[in-house]
Design a protein around this ligand. Structure first.
Ligand SMILES: [Zn+2]
Length: 305
């Protein structure tokens, strides 16, 4: 697995090439899986752009993308600092009455003209981490349902064939809050190592704090097991350690996340921000304490082993 193949395949400029050369070993170390890091970076071009939304359109994405029932609407792409975006190409075989995955198109777009700033490097690392945690078994088709996985996120679509075109409609999505939290932890750790000094994420600090809190109860191997579950989309080992507590965390993260997105909306005034902050604090006070206690109990039980 030669990093130069990734650089050559996508024709990266010198700055992006040097970035990939330095970040690659850090990603392999963090996720302990070179094959997925290498293959995912091979499969996905990275573009620097002045508008993420326009960049996706220019590269042939968003032509037939559903917009309903998603936790964060596609509109946010118009003012976001970066995105990992993936679109499956699905065909309908009429004779066999079967939907089939034909191809998967992926892209990372970063709103910047260079990688000079640490915040831009961090954004690119954040999106590459989303890619790494999506790549393996990203899509599964079961009859007329498509399931898309990215780390702890699971998104279910209803498939419909209309005049030869397969439409996707989002039914539900879970795990976004917890996933963004653990992705922010990854972003901070890998960026800090890359730039050689402590880095604090500008994005989802609240979700990051939740993830760090989960990791703070001395539960043996928890972070390694969680990272493995994010990559393989297999919760067996997480279930064995956390049991029901994991699913409570997932639901809690999904309750908190839309509130945080609301809080970060640039059009908020001070009154609105205070109102959202106080709602966030009431939800944390009312709902996190029992989960926190369960984590503490699991951590205490494992002391001495
Ligand atoms: Zn993210």
């Amino acid at each position: 697995m030669d990093i130069e193949n990734i650089i050559q395949k996508h024709g990266y400029n010198e700055e992006l090439s040097n970035f990939i050369r330095s970040v690659y070993p850090l990603l392999v170390k963090y996720y302990n899986n070179e094959e997925i890091v290498y293959e995912s970076l091979m499969s996905t071009p990275i573009k620097l752009t002045n508008n993420v939304y326009d960049c996706l359109i220019d590269n042939g994405f968003l032509r037939d993308t559903p917009t309903n029932n998603e936790m964060v609407s596609l509109e946010t792409l118009k003012f976001c600092s970066g995105a990992y975006h993936c679109e499956p190409v699905i065909k309908y075989d009429k004779a066999r009455d079967k939907y089939e995955l034909e191809n998967t198109n992926r892209i990372i777009a970063i709103n910047a003209s260079s990688l000079e700033l640490d915040t831009v490097k961090a954004t690119l690392i954040h999106e590459i981490c989303h890619l790494i945690k999506s790549y393996n078994g990203e899509h599964t088709i079961r009859e007329d349902t498509l399931i898309e996985k990215s780390g702890f996120i699971s998104k279910t679509f209803q498939l419909n064939e209309v005049n030869g075109v397969v439409k996707r409609t989002v039914c539900f999505e879970t795990g976004v809050g917890l996933e963004e939290g653990f992705n922010a932890v990854a972003e901070e750790q890998i960026t800090s190592e890359l730039i050689g000094k402590p880095f604090t994420t500008k994005g989802y600090q609240l979700m990051r704090s939740l993830a760090n809190n989960v990791l703070s109860y001395n539960i043996p191997n928890l972070h390694e097991v969680l990272k493995e579950a994010e990559i393989y989309h297999d919760n067996t080992r997480v279930d064995a350690i956390l049991g029901e507590t994991y699913y409570k965390l997932l639901a809690f993260g999904d309750k908190l996340y839309p509130m945080l997105v609301d809080l970060l909306n640039p059009s908020n005034n001070l009154v609105k921000m205070k109102e959202i902050s106080s709602n966030i604090n009431s939800v944390i006070d009312a709902e996190y304490e029992p989960i926190r206690k369960e984590l503490e109990t699991i951590g205490n039980k494992s002391i001495g082993y």
